[in-house]
Design a protein around this ligand. Structure first.
Ligand code: COA
Length: 199
């Protein structure tokens, strides 16, 4: 694995961590080398998860678009490996419009077999530290109103539901869903700087 250059927001990665189960996880900055591992990850996602992704991870073009955003600096993405298998990712996408430039949107996705073991919490706490380093002050997480588990997980992280937009999402099957926007005030974490985020 290659180390990043000094100016990169993920210059301190790769890092390793251990889940409560004892599984060792390597966190690294996402790179073009991870392309096929991301596609393999997408293949194991259930239909309902694929329906609600903001990009279609089963399509190479979508992953290339994501990698282009990383290269351009508008997305900063961490991938988690258990041995050689990519088991999750967390990404923060910076808003480019001047008036929302302090807002970042996070997206997290954990392999179904690895859920409820603390990997989501681990990735989210690392991506929070990254957001802080990027001087973002507000973090947004978007999900459908049906994704109750994700809402609970984000609430435990300190996110609050700020908006419900009805029929805002049309899934790949053409069905509409309500969009929940949950936010977190990053500055509110400043007294925990150096520690991990508690959820
Ligand atoms: C939401 C998601 C990221 C959580 O990841 P995870 O690794 O399972 O979460 P963790 O094991 O770190 O759990 C974090 C906390 O949330 C809770 N939690 C996680 N999933 C939950 C669920 N489905 N229902 C209720 N609580 C849940 C856990 O109990 C834990 O709280 P606790 O420590 O007080 O017990 C994961 O389920 C996922 O990838 N979902 C699909 C993608 C998605 O919906 N992403 C969110 C939109 S960006």
């Amino acid at each position: 694995m290659t180390k990043n250059t000094a100016s990169h927001p993920l210059k301190d990665y790769p890092q390793t961590a251990e889940l409560k189960s004892g599984t060792s996880i390597t966190l690294k900055a996402m790179h073009a080398d991870d392309r096929s591992a991301i596609m393999g990850f997408a293949k194991q996602l259930p239909e309902e998860d694929l329906l609600f992704l903001t990009i279609d991870l089963t399509q190479e073009d979508s992953i290339d678009g994501w990698l282009a955003n990383i290269k351009a600096g508008s997305s900063v993405s961490l991938v988690a490996y258990a041995e050689d298998e990519l088991v999750g990712y967390a990404t923060v996408h910076k808003e480019t419009a001047p008036w929302t430039r302090k807002v970042g949107e996070i997206r997290v996705n954990i392999a179904p077999k690895m859920r409820s073991q603390g990997l989501g919490r681990l990735l989210i706490s690392h991506i929070f530290d990254t957001a802080r380093n990027l001087e973002l002050t507000k973090i947004l997480a978007r999900m459908t109103s049906e994704q109750k588990g994700a809402q609970t997980a984000f609430r435990k992280l300190g996110f609050v539901a700020e908006a419900l937009l009805t029929d805002f999402i049309v899934d790949h099957k053409g069905l509409s869903h309500d969009l929940v926007m949950m936010t977190f005030d990053v500055d509110g974490l400043s007294d925990q700087a150096g520690g991990t985020v508690k959820i």
